[in-house]
Write a new protein. Structure first.
Length: 98
């Protein structure tokens, strides 16, 4: 518990602490939010959706020790896909944008 407290007081998440199974069991009843899985989504322009950009790279660097997932996407393209009516149209659209 002290190890977790010290880590949290440094402004770091419990995900970064790499707790053992026994340690996780010991703090499980605390339901620590920073031990929960996290997904970061970087909304980039269309030209950067496959490679990312300086902002998405900064995000990846900032959370590299958090054991968090980073997804790079273009929300306007996602919205266009959501508006298509058939699964075939959606599949064709996604294939076009790779």
């Amino acid at each position: 518990m002290i190890r977790c407290k010290d880590h949290l007081e440094k402004g770091k998440s419990i995900r970064e602490l790499q707790l053992s199974k026994e340690d996780k069991v010991a703090v499980a009843d605390l339901f620590l939010l920073t031990d929960k899985p996290v997904l970061y989504v970087a909304n980039v322009d269309e030209a950067s959706m496959h490679t990312g950009n300086k902002f998405s790279e900064s995000l990846k660097a900032a959370v590299k020790d958090e054991k968090a997932e980073v997804i790079i996407m273009n929300n306007s393209i996602e919205a266009q896909i959501a508006e298509l009516e058939t699964a075939d149209d959606k599949q064709l659209f996604m294939e076009e944008y790779k």
